[in-house]
Design a protein around this ligand. Sequence first.
Ligand SMILES: *[C@@H]1O[C@H](CO)[C@@H](O)[C@H](O)[C@H]1NC(C)=O
Ligand SMILES: *[C@@H]1O[C@H](CO)[C@@H](O)[C@H](O)[C@H]1NC(C)=O
Ligand SMILES: *[C@@H]1O[C@H](CO)[C@@H](O)[C@H](O)[C@H]1NC(C)=O
Ligand SMILES: *[C@@H]1O[C@H](CO)[C@@H](O)[C@H](O)[C@H]1NC(C)=O
Ligand SMILES: *[C@@H]1O[C@H](CO)[C@@H](O)[C@H](O)[C@H]1NC(C)=O
Ligand SMILES: *[C@@H]1O[C@H](CO)[C@@H](O)[C@H](O)[C@H]1NC(C)=O
Ligand SMILES: *[C@@H]1O[C@H](CO)[C@@H](O)[C@H](O)[C@H]1NC(C)=O
Ligand SMILES: *[C@@H]1O[C@H](CO)[C@@H](O)[C@H](O)[C@H]1NC(C)=O
Length: 334
Amino acid sequence: MLLLCEFHVILCIFSLPTIVQAQSFLSAISTHPQLSNFTSLLSTDPALASSLFSYSASAPQTVLVPDNNAFLSFSQATGQTFPSISQANLQPVLQYHMLSGLFTQESFGDPDGLTVPTGLRGPTYNNRSAGAALSSLGATTANQDGQVVFIAQNASTSPDLYVQSGRGRRVNLTAIDQVWEGGRFHTVDGFLTLPDTCTKTIRAWRLFSLDAALNRTGLSSILDHTNNVTCLGPSDQAFLDAGSPDIKANVSALTNALMFHTIPQPLYTNFLTDGQTFKTLSNATVRVTRKDGDIYFNDAKLTRSNVITNNGLMHVLDRVGRSPSRMFFWLVEC
Ligand SMILES: *[C@@H]1O[C@H](CO)[C@@H](O)[C@H](O)[C@H]1NC(C)=O
Ligand SMILES: *[C@@H]1O[C@H](CO)[C@@H](O)[C@H](O)[C@H]1NC(C)=O
Ligand SMILES: *[C@@H]1O[C@H](CO)[C@@H](O)[C@H](O)[C@H]1NC(C)=O
Ligand SMILES: *[C@@H]1O[C@H](CO)[C@@H](O)[C@H](O)[C@H]1NC(C)=O
Ligand SMILES: *[C@@H]1O[C@H](CO)[C@@H](O)[C@H](O)[C@H]1NC(C)=O
Ligand SMILES: *[C@@H]1O[C@H](CO)[C@@H](O)[C@H](O)[C@H]1NC(C)=O
Ligand SMILES: *[C@@H]1O[C@H](CO)[C@@H](O)[C@H](O)[C@H]1NC(C)=O
Ligand SMILES: *[C@@H]1O[C@H](CO)[C@@H](O)[C@H](O)[C@H]1NC(C)=O
């Protein structure tokens, strides 16, 4: 009798892990019909599947799984099927879809949005490092240095969550809070875009005046080969309103002005507080103001923020920067 009892207890202890243990990533997603394209992609490449989507007790991951719409949009946009892209391209794209840490529907509720590190490493796509603010997030243990995505809510869309990645591209996020052995997963309706250099991002965003100003001063390559950068990108209208300094200012004044629009550390908006000040590359000071849900650098409003670049990010501004003393920064005869 006693023996049987003990045997029973032992059985219980041994069977507990199998009850608690969740499924591999592949078997977890395979039960979701809207993920059948991704499931078949991984099924054809088990080595890739097990190398990327593996269990780690110290570093749980939340995968943003592209759904079948993502595959469809990809082939509509590019004329090729996603599985046909090369292994060299596939790997970083998949790494960018893996958030470092456990993120559930609740985690995404912050009205300021969330900057989340991913598994994407290496200078081509991630020539930046976390810095103090991001490290304090405490998402997981050692994994905060991967390139980030910005996740936020937009009440006027459904689903209301979006993920912003390279070139400021957005996809919709449906937080389904599903479990696999290495963490959680949710679905996204498009593929995330790998971050580009500042210059390519500026061109993709069609900031022609800024692009022209960078060309005239030859600052592009410096901007693109410096790490940890926040690039403030005034719109074309902003340059026009300031009297077209991109054309009229001399090269040395323009160079100084562009340095005034570059901050040597990544400043994601969810870490910005009202009244904060930062030194720019030109050693001038910019002050952050938060008012009525908008964010200003001096008196320029951010019209699109957290556009991820390989060395940091860009915020698009509605006017060129003025100095805090309210003098026109651009010295231009109009
Ligand atoms: C994705 O799934 C659909 C069926 O839902 C199928 O018709 C299509 O061929 C699949 N595409 C790829 C790239 O696997
Ligand atoms: C990364 O930044 C360093 C400067 O810290 C620069 O020398 C290098 O060219 C950059 N690499 C890329 C791929 O942009
Ligand atoms: C900037 O990058 C360097 C090296 O890449 C790193 O040591 C430093 O902590 C970074 N600073 C910030 C604010 O991200
Ligand atoms: C929210 O979505 C709407 C519709 O797509 C868009 O016009 C608006 O700019 C978005 N708001 C923000 C803050 O991104
Ligand atoms: C995201 O959802 C909106 C509707 O709310 C839709 O117009 C848009 O095309 C979706 N984005 C993607 C990348 O599918
Ligand atoms: C800047 O120079 C590049 C070539 O280096 C060119 O492709 C681009 O069109 C130029 N931009 C503008 C706004 O003239
Ligand atoms: C460039 O323009 C600035 C501002 O208008 C002026 O102070 C400076 O003397 C000019 N430099 C040259 C070399 O013309
Ligand atoms: C930057 O400005 C501060 C004053 O705000 C000054 O002490 C410092 O010397 C300046 N640095 C450079 C490199 O000009």
